[in-house]
Design a protein around this ligand. Structure first.
Ligand SMILES: [Zn+2]
Ligand SMILES: [Zn+2]
Ligand SMILES: [Zn+2]
Ligand SMILES: [Zn+2]
Ligand SMILES: [Zn+2]
Length: 592
């Protein structure tokens, strides 16, 4: 391979022709590459003034994925679950009411006032138009999926966030096309009967599976492919009956796995500990890229020419994109599916040229919009369905629309708003309610100093437990149906939680003990286990015959011989991490 192509494939495009400028927010320099300028030119927005990290944090400060509140629907008055706490100043409708034609977002139409900034006026409109309680299509495209968020096309799902096309699944985060998966994070399709997984595809009847594809009946395995009946292993290809990367006979394998008692909490804790220690002795691949061409990022599948793209598949010509599928020619997106030429948006699903928007699906040419669907040519609108040529929810003719839109853009250039995402200080959520706190944590005083909002009391039920953790039977075999009537207490955060009947049936079917942690703590543990969506420039840690730290002895000779490997790459393993990180060539030489 041509050296420059190889360099670009692992390091990203050369920045020699890019333009460096300081971030308007954090003052650190960042580079805008020539292809970035071409993208901004194509979508007709100015180049960003915030660095990629600050842009991500600003978007995230508008995104509450995990804090749900009970409140009433402001239309039908039923008790509902919502992203918005009951004390919010704007009306909130349940799904059935919001998606119905009992109200019309155009009734809230406003005239744009050229003597005031755009964002303030937009937030005023946002505060008048009813908000959707939870972003899902329960009762419309989905059936029995009430407690889901950023979710569509599902059946019988509970507490699954950022997901679509699933059935009978519980407690997931970023899950696509799956059936009976519980506690999944980044499930990329066709998983069935899996429990506790991160970055998996075609994973069947398996538990505690990480970065693995096409596996069956596997437990506590990392980066395994096309394998079945393996336990406590890493980097296996086409293997069966392996424990700790060692081959056993079928009888021996069955005896070993039975001895661990994976139906018990203690048995699984033992396996988890041994698994954590075992995988540290083996090298890791610099990035989890599968079928990718000229791309840098992590947890990326079937993608081409992507840079800083994380947790995505079928992406092309995209940058600073995370969590989603089929993104084409799009930048700065936080969760999306099937998008083309989109920029700075939260879940602009199935859209073409959707810019600076929140949860607006099936649109074309919409800019600065919130919860607008199946619409075309909107600017600064909230809650419109099938709208066309509207500004601040007011209907215009095509000619009037173009004229007024251009005037507002000129106005926004003078106020410094044009081309910027909504400022975090105007967010509908406290910083600590949003995913920004998960990925860019801040103490309250720092959040205030940075002009973020803060929510004083997060809804947290504690002290209501009817059973102590120590009284929970170790094995699922000794759990009776009455467990679904009990209130449990999380061993990590003391929050109360319940086991729902569908969940109990799954644990029984899969022979799994009752979890001792609440969903939020389980999800946080998965997030901590996976690498951050960030890249560092590093060198391969293969020293020739062994890893540079001497922990791992190479099993085969490598192309670079006994001398240390000179390959460098962009990796999500920060330089101070203890894992042994190998380049693609060295890693592939060792995978068996
Ligand atoms: Zn910055
Ligand atoms: Zn309602
Ligand atoms: Zn907890
Ligand atoms: Zn190497
Ligand atoms: Zn090597």
């Amino acid at each position: 391979m041509n050296l420059e192509i190889l360099r670009q494939a692992t390091l990203g495009p050369s920045s020699s022709r890019g333009q460096d400028k300081p971030c308007q927010n954090c003052s650190k320099p960042f580079t805008i590459e020539p292809e970035d300028f071409a993208f901004y030119e194509k979508i007709k927005v100015p180049a960003p003034t915030f660095c990629p990290k600050c842009r991500r944090q600003r978007r995230m400060a508008w995104r509450n994925d995990f804090n749900f509140y009970s409140r009433t629907c402001d239309l039908c008055k039923k008790q509902i679950v919502s992203l918005y706490a009951p004390d919010k100043r704007f009306p909130v409708y349940c799904n059935k009411c919001w998606w119905s034609d009992q109200w019309d977002a155009k009734d809230y139409a406003a005239d744009f006032n050229f003597s005031r900034p755009f964002f303030e006026q937009f937030v005023e409109l946002q505060n008048r138009v009813p908000a959707l309680a939870l972003i899902n299509d329960d009762g419309i495209g989905s059936v029995n999926c009430q407690y889901t968020h950023d979710f569509s096309f599902g059946r019988n799902c509970y507490m699954v966030l950022l997901a679509w096309k699933l059935e009978d699944s519980l407690y997931g985060h970023e899950v696509i096309k799956a059936k009976e998966v519980v506690d999944a994070m980044s499930s990329f399709g066709d998983c069935e009967l899996s429990y506790e997984s991160i970055c998996t595809q075609q994973c069947y009847r398996s538990t505690n599976i990480y970065y693995s594809f096409s596996v069956k009946d596997m437990h506590f395995c990392y980066d395994c492919r096309d394998s079945s009946d393996c336990f406590l292993s890493i980097g296996l290809r086409h293997k069966r009956f392996y424990v700790k990367n060692k081959q056993y006979s079928e009888e021996e394998y069955k005896r070993i796995i039975a001895e661990y008692r994976l139906d018990t909490h203690n048995g699984r804790e033992r396996a988890k500990k041994e698994f954590g220690e075992f995988i540290m002795k083996y090298p890791r691949r610099y990035a989890n890229l599968k079928n990718c061409v000229a791309s840098i990022g992590d947890d990326l599948i079937n993608s081409k020419n992507c840079h800083y793209v994380f947790n995505a598949f079928n992406a092309e010509d995209s940058k600073y994109f995370e969590n989603g599928e089929a993104s084409k020619d799009s930048y700065d997106i936080l969760v999306a599916g099937e998008i083309n030429q989109c920029y700075e948006a939260l879940t602009p699903d199935q859209s073409y040229r959707n810019f600076f928007s929140f949860y607006s699906w099936k649109n074309m040419e919409v800019t600065y919009c919130d919860s607008c669907h199946s619409s075309k040519y909107l600017f600064g609108c909230v809650g419109l369905k099938k709208g066309e040529y509207c500004i601040f929810n007011k209907q215009y003719s095509k000619e009037e629309y173009e004229k007024l839109k251009n005037r507002i853009i000129e106005h926004m250039k003078t106020t410094g708003e044009w081309g910027e995402f909504f400022p975090a200080r105007l967010s509908r959520f406290g910083y600590n309610e949003t995913v920004a706190q998960m990925y860019h944590p801040l103490a309250e005083e720092d959040a205030h100093a940075k002009d973020f909002q803060w929510r004083d009391s997060l809804q947290l039920t504690t002290g209501k437990e009817t059973i102590a953790l120590s009284d929970l039977p170790d094995s699922i075999r000794n759990i009776s149906d009455s467990i679904t009537n009990e209130i449990l207490v999380c061993g990590a955060c003391s929050r109360n939680y319940r086991i729902i009947p569908q969940e109990l049936a799954f644990y029984r079917k899969m022979s799994l003990p009752i979890p001792r942690r609440c969903f939020l703590c389980r999800n946080a543990a998965r997030l901590a286990f996976r690498n951050p969506f960030e890249l560092w420039h590093r060198f391969c840690q293969c020293a020739g015959k062994s890893s540079a730290n001497g922990v791992y002895q190479n099993q085969t000779g490598h192309a670079h011989g006994d001398a240390p490997c000179s390959n460098e790459f962009q990796t999500s393993y920060a330089p101070d991490r203890p894992e042994i990180v190998y380049c693609e060539q060295c890693y592939q030489s060792e995978v068996v």
